[in-house]
Ligand binder design. Structure first.
Ligand SMILES: Cc1ncc(C[n+]2csc(CCOP(=O)(O)OP(=O)(O)O)c2C)c(N)n1
Length: 326
C-alpha cells in the first residue's frame, strides 16, 4: 500500500499542547536528574532529553484506547500517554504511590488504565510483547493500534527479527518506532550494525517503512498520522525510523566521553522545543508572555510531582509478597 502524502491539519490548541507536553517532559527529566544527585532517586535513570519530539509527535496522534510499549528510556512516553507526572516521579523515588507501586523504578513504568504497557529493561524486550498486543487486537476485531518504541541497540537482537517477521506475516496493527539516537550505550551504530542504514531492516520483512526527522515534532506528527491511519484501517504493521539524539549520557552515571562536546552542541541547535517555540511565534503569533505563562504552568506541575513523591511513604516490607506471579 502506497503511503499517502496528505498532511494532518492541526488546530492552534493541538499545536500548543504538543509544545507544552515536550516542555513538561524536558522539565520533568531535568528535575529527575537533580533529584538523583540529591540522593532521592536510586538505581538506574536513563533520561530522554533531546528525544521529546518522537514521543509527543507519535502519541499525540493516538486515541486514548490505543497502546504504547516503551523500552527503559520511557518516562516521556508514559507522560505523553497520559499518566500524571506525579505518579511517575513517585515511582522514581520508589514510593508506594508510584505508578508501579514503587517496585519498578525508572525502567518499569506501567499504566494499564492509560494503555501504557511498560517500561522494559531488556533491550528489544518490548518488541515480542507488541506482537502479542497486535494479535489480541486483531483476534478481538478491534480497531486499536499498538506503538512500540525501541532504540538502535535493539535492531541486532533476535527478538527484533522474530517480532518483525510475525507482525508482517500475521498483518498486525503494530507500529515499530526505532528511536535512532546514534548510540547504544557508548557504541556508535557503525560499530554495531553491518548495515548502518537501519531503515533497510524493514525491507527484509516487507514492512512499509518511513524515516523521519525526530527533532521536528511536526514532521513526526505527520508521519504518525499516516502510519497510525494505515495500521488501523488495514491492520498492517509499519516501521518508522526517527533520527534523534540524546543530550545526556546513556544513564545519569555516564559522562558520555565517547562523543565530543561539539557533536552535542550541533544537535542542540536542532532542539525540538526551541524549534516549536519559533514555529508558534512565527505562525500563531504566540507572544513571549504566553510562553512564560506556559513555562510557569509546567514548572508548577513538575514541582507538584516532586512534592507528591517526597511526601508519599515507601512501600511496607510486606508489599514484597504482593503481585508476585512466579
Ligand atoms: C538483552 C540486553 N542486552 C544488553 C543489555 C544492556 N544494555 C542496556 S541499555 C543498552 C544499550 C541499548 O541502546 P539502544 O537500544 O540504542 O537504546 P538507547 O539507550 O539509545 O535509547 C544495553 C546494551 C540489556 N539491558 N538487555
Amino acid at each position: 500500500m502506497a503511503i499517502s502524502e496528505k498532511r494532518a491539519i492541526l488546530t492552534k490548541n493541538e499545536l500548543i499542547s504538543m509544545y507544552k507536553e515536550m516542555l513538561l517532559i524536558r522539565t520533568f527529566e531535568e528535575k529527575a536528574a537533580e533529584m538523583y544527585t540529591r540522593g532521592k532517586i536510586g538505581g538506574f535513570l536513563h533520561l530522554y532529553s533531546g528525544q521529546e519530539a518522537v514521543a509527543v509527535g507519535f502519541i499525540s496522534a493516538l486515541r486514548p484506547d490505543d497502546y504504547v510499549i516503551g523500552a527503559y528510556r520511557e518516562h516521556g512516553q508514559c507522560i505523553a500517554k497520559g499518566t500524571d507526572p506525579k505518579y511517575v516521579m513517585a515511582e522514581l523515588f520508589g514510593k508506594v504511590t508510584g505508578i508501579s507501586k514503587g517496585k519498578g523504578g525508572s525502567m518499569h513504568l506501567f499504566d494499564i488504565e492509560k494503555g501504557f504497557l511498560g517500561g522494559h529493561g531488556i533491550v528489544g524486550g518490548g518488541m515480542p510483547l507488541a506482537v502479542g498486543v497486535g494479535l489480541a487486537i486483531k483476534y478481538k476485531k478491534e480497531d486499536k493500534v499498538c506503538i512500540c518504541f525501541f532504540g538502535d541497540g535493539a535492531v541486532n537482537e533476535g527478538a527484533f527479527h522474530e517480532a518483525m517477521n510475525m507482525v508482517a506475516l500475521w498483518k498486525l496493527p503494530v507500529i515499530y518506532v526505532l528511536e535512532n539516537n546514534l548510540y547504544g550505550m557508548g557504541t556508535p551504530i557503525y560499530r554495531a550494525s553491518s548495515i548502518p542504514d537501519l531503515i533497510r531492516r524493514a525491507s527484509c520483512y516487507d514492512i512499509e517503512r518511513e524515516q523521519v526527522d525526530g527533532m521536528d515534532v511536526l514532521a513526526v506528527r505527520d508521519t504518525a498520522e499516516r502510519s497510525i491511519r494505515l495500521a488501523r484501517e488495514h491492520s498492517e504493521p509499519r516501521f518508522i525510523e526517527a533520527i534523534t539524539y540524546r543530550y545526556r549520557g546513556h544513564s545519569v552515571a555516564d559522562p558520555g566521553q565517547y562523543r565530543t562536546k561539539e557533536e552535542v552542541e550541533e544537535w542542540r541547535k536542532r532542539d525540538p522545543i526551541v524549534r516549536m517555540e519559533k514555529y508558534l511565534k512565527d505562525n500563531l503569533f504566540i507572544t513571549d508572555d504566553d510562553l512564560i505563562a506556559i513555562r510557569d504552568e509546567v514548572n508548577a506541575k513538575v514541582q507538584e510531582a516532586v512534592d507528591f513523591a517526597e511526601s508519599s511513604p515507601f512501600p511496607p516490607p510486606d508489599a514484597l509478597y504482593e503481585d508476585v506471579y512466579a
